[in-house]
Design a protein around this ligand. Sequence first.
Ligand code: NDP
Length: 258
Amino acid sequence: MNTPTPFDLTGRRALVTGSSRGIGHALADGLASAGASVVLHGLDPHRLELTRKVFAERFGEERVEAIAFDVTDEDSVARGIAHIEEKLGELDILVNNAGIQHRVPLLDLAVEDWNRVISTDLTSAFLVGREVARRMLPRGRGKIVNIGSVQSDLARPTIGAYTAAKGGLRNLTRAMTAEWAAAGLQINAVAPGYIHTEMTQALVDDPEFNTWICKRTPAARWGTVQDLMGPVQWLASDASAYVNGQTIFIDGGMTAVV
Ligand code: NDP
């Protein structure tokens, strides 16, 4: 007989926003591998359906659902979360992962682009988190994991809006904790370093940037999506029952060393 471990997620349901590709895809895979049922999510329904099929083959149709909605739109978020909770079942875990990048110096940054990045990378976590917490709070339990970045702590030229959003997300994690932890919710953040995905492919292909990353990172390499799975499984599970309001940097030591 297998002894259950506190990391086991069997019987839990997790929504991972932006899981149609990239980091979110890997995080949903990690949660499903630990036993959870997953609700996949994205904006493009076609890409989402392709991802759902991949997951259904791997984990079985009964453990995989998918829903598309815009995380920046309050009404769409409300409808999406209501659909999940009423038609698919109660959410135990929310991973706020959906995000975008926009690279341009601050002096050239249009306010429309600033607003787009802030709403996708920060306001989205408030909107989805609030809607999910409205259901989790009366149940007295729930896990929320916000996906930050090394830019939750450090700045870099040309990504001012992203840096502001990810820094805000770190403090939103604390604000959610201040208001919801006493009712049994744990809200934490994972802050990945430079991870090789579609979002960063141009940087990986840039020899100068690639060399800088490998020199600047104590672990001397880009991160992989697999590097993020264990920490998110842990924060989504009972194994982290007394971890509240923290941002865990998964960055090969980048934010620990100058
Ligand atoms: P990708 O561009 O690969 O994927 C983004 C995901 O978010 C997609 O599923 C996309 O859906 C979804 N999405 C974007 N905007 C919306 C929206 N308005 N409504 C609903 N879904 C949306 O990104 P990554 O996997 O690289 O990044 C994921 C997260 O990790 C982000 O928060 C990012 O900031 C963070 N991060 C990434 C790092 C990296 O090195 N890549 C490093 C540190 C943090 P669709 O497919 O339909 O467009």
